[in-house]
Ligand binder design. Structure first.
Ligand SMILES: *Cc1c(COP(=O)(O)O)cnc(C)c1O
Length: 441
């Protein structure tokens, strides 16, 4: 728009001198200036004027909990009061009967996959737009991740595409609530029930999210959460796996505790590994749990505000949240419609960064199957036994999820945090609007 309009001499002089002054101040070369543009990347004033100063995410409650922990004689998980407190607080948010604490979200999912009885050659369907932790446990059980495509506007699993990829070997679905936005869990649950599959929920990015008033994690068979540092609440690293299903819930403990059965004292009846959470981690996480509801509510509010502002702009499609859901915005994301702009996505993001918005391109790592370890099928010392033994014919070099790939190509990711002010969010919205209007074709 602005770029197509003829520019008056006054505008030109004003724009050019502002650009000159700014570039002189910044000591930048004059190349790349665009007369008449007020974009920061062309020397104009930044749209985001308030620098982000975020307070620490921990303080008194964590310190008090750690002090209480230091009075204990043991820091081991078994019968640990910190772990007990964390489990109780977890159950207040996510009311599931069997709760097991573990060392990471990756560990939680591995425990869930093992409890679901998934073994060599079994197929587990999940999204390619996720953290590697979603599939590490699947691969370690010698099972085969099968990636299904996603919905264009929520970036979450498409129920129809999941159904299309079910085979006689499929045992489970891992549903990810990406970026804190609940996936179509009812659709996936109906499908899983119809086809006799286990539904595991990966809630690592979705602490406090709800769908139709129900907390995520309570809708599938097994729920997995992460307490890693980037997540809504944290103890540095940690995880929770939980289930109310009597087929799986009682199995969660043993697998993450080397196959111990500490209740009966019968050891190594099952094979497992050490994914235990220690009391110091549990103390910090228990304190963090008291902050969760306000963090989730605040993120939902700020994310909704940003989506509402930028959703009106031509060519900008913010992540779609179903009206009955609470998205807790682990990050914010929007897609740009390339034909609406005179710039490509990379230029759009560069301009945003110049405006003071710490934007990035794409969605985390992009489709997982495109990553070298999948392309080379090099999971175990460079080899993949299940394929060598003929238990799968999976070839990730031929795997395709077109919508997931398109989302990664057109997506712009923005950090979102409960400590941001509404004013800051409005400045971010203004920056996006400014860049979008400048580059409008
Ligand atoms: C962070 C994350 C994981 C893994 O959690 P860790 O605690 O880092 O192991 C799994 N799935 C998703 C979607 C995540 O964001």
């Amino acid at each position: 728009m602005a770029g197509n309009k003829p520019i008056s001499r006054r505008q030109f002089v004003a724009g050019a001198s502002a650009a000159l002054a700014a570039s002189a101040a910044a000591g930048e070369p004059k190349a790349g200036k665009e007369p008449g543009s007020s974009l920061a990347i062309h020397g104009g004033e930044k749209a985001v004027k308030t620098p982000l100063a975020l307070a620490r995410r921990w303080g008194k409650p964590e310190l008090q909990q750690l002090e209480a922990m230091l009075e204990q004689d043991s820091l081991f998980w078994w019968k640990g009061p910190q772990g007990k407190l964390l489990s109780e607080r977890f159950q207040q948010v996510c009311p599931l009967k069997h709760v097991h604490l573990c060392s990471s979200g990756t560990a939680a999912i591995h425990i869930a996959v093992a409890a679901a009885g998934i073994g060599p050659g079994d197929e587990v369907i999940t999204t390619p737009l996720t953290d590697m932790g979603t599939v590490i446990g699947v691969l370690y059980q010698q099972a085969v991740p099968v990636f299904a495509d996603v919905e264009p506007n929520t970036y979450n699993l498409s129920v129809a595409d999941v159904e299309r990829r079910i085979t006689a070997k499929t045992k489970a679905i891992i549903a990810v609530h990406l970026l804190g936005n609940p996936c179509d869990i009812d659709g996936l649950k109906a499908l899983a029930d119809r086809r006799g599959l286990v539904l595991i929920e990966d809630c690592a990015q979705a602490w406090g999210a709800r769908t139709k008033g129900r907390p995520v994690g309570t809708l599938g068979h097994i729920a997995c959460f992460s307490l890693q540092d980037s997540k809504h609440i944290t103890c540095g690293d940690g995880g929770v796996v939980a289930s109310s299903d009597e087929r799986f819930g009682p199995l969660l403990r043993g697998f993450g505790d080397k196959g111990f059965n500490r209740e009966t004292g019968r050891h190594f009846e099952v094979f497992g590994t050490n994914y235990r959470m220690s009391e110091p981690q549990a103390a910090v996480a228990a304190a963090q749990m008291t902050r969760l509801e306000s963090i989730a509510a605040r993120r939902a509010q700020l994310g909704g505000l940003l989506a509402e502002r930028i959703g009106r702009l031509p060519g900008i499609q913010p992540v779609h949240v179903r009206p009955e859901d609470r998205c807790v915005y682990w990050h914010h994301m929007f897609r740009i419609q390339p034909d609406v702009f005179r710039c490509d996505r990379a230029q759009f993001v560069k301009a945003l960064i110049a405006e003071g918005v710490p934007a990035s391109t794409g969605i985390m790592f992009g489709p997982l199957y495109e990553k070298p370890v999948f392309q080379r099928h090099a999971f175990f010392a460079g080899r993949w036994p299940v394929r060598e033994f003929g238990l799968t014919a999976m070839d990730y070099t031929k795997h395709r999820c077109p919508e997931a790939e398109a989302i990664h190509q057109t997506g712009v990711r923005l950090p979102l945090d409960q400590r941001m002010s509404e004013d800051y969010i409005l400045q971010v919205a203004a920056a996006i609007e400014k860049v979008a209007r400048h580059f409008a074709a």
